[in-house]
Design a protein around this ligand. Structure first.
Ligand code: AMP
Length: 220
């Protein structure tokens, strides 16, 4: 199918982009430049009416909510922090899988601190996920919002623990941190602007259906 209505897709660089390429291919869409090597933010595709914009992972839901993009691929972590307002979430793409976990400095007795009812200072990029998790556990926390390099917070004594994404665990290990409690499994979701879905039904349905078939085929 040739897509004749303008469609903008928001993606973020790295794992999400790489793992979305085969899904785009299933919908007949190929980005025509090497995204990882370019400083550009808007990319043409082989489909004259389809373009890809590259934004920070946490901004994908924002671009789609406000119509800067018609659809996007967002990690569940970013989606929970955003809140999901104005977004239709038709598909778990089951890509860029990892987990959100609590980690502490090697030697810090987290279980003991929790048992004692200690007030913990948590550094994280994911305050919503962390707040909800510790509230459910009945642990009192002070949240310190960071935007990167969270591993430093326990090492410098700024926080007792971090809440961060963990995949292989190598980053924690390299910084002498240990994962003490998993919070949730993460994968990336397809998010669609609700108004776009009505106004651009045919091309968006085509993309959603092609992605759904590709995800199903990969898991069979
Ligand atoms: P790892 O060393 O494999 O455990 O990866 C952990 C680092 O990679 C952390 O700094 C995470 O923020 C980042 N990371 C891991 N998985 C993902 C993902 N699916 N999406 C975005 N960042 C990730």
């Amino acid at each position: 199918m040739t897509i004749a209505t303008p469609v903008t897709i928001a993606l973020s660089k790295g794992r999400i982009f790489e793992e979305t390429v085969p899904l785009l291919a299933a919908a007949g869409i190929a980005v025509t430049e090497d995204v990882e090597k370019s400083r550009k933010l808007i990319f043409d595709t082989n489909q004259p009416h389809v373009r890809v914009v590259l934004v920070r992972a946490s901004d994908v839901p924002v671009y789609v909510q406000y119509g800067g993009a018609d659809l996007g691929v967002s990690g569940l972590d970013s989606l929970i922090e955003h809140g999901g307002q104005g977004l239709y979430q038709p598909l778990d793409l089951q890509i860029a899988r990892c987990r959100v976990s609590v980690a502490v400095r090697n030697g810090f007795d987290y279980a003991h601190a929790v048992k004692q009812g200690a007030r913990l200072r948590i550094a994280t990029k994911y305050p919503e996920i962390a707040r909800h998790f510790f509230a459910k556990k009945g642990v009192h926390v002070d949240m310190v919002k960071l935007y990167g390099s969270m591993e430093l917070a326990p090492l410098t004594g700024m926080a007792d623990a971090i809440v961060d994404l963990v995949s292989t665990g190598n980053t924690l290990k390299a910084n002498d941190l240990v994962e003490v409690e998993p919070i949730m499994d993460i994968s990336s979701r397809l998010v669609v602007n609700q108004a776009s879905l009505k106004l651009k039904q045919a091309p968006l349905r085509h993309i959603i259906d092609a992605f759904a078939q590709a995800v199903a085929a990969k898991n069979n």
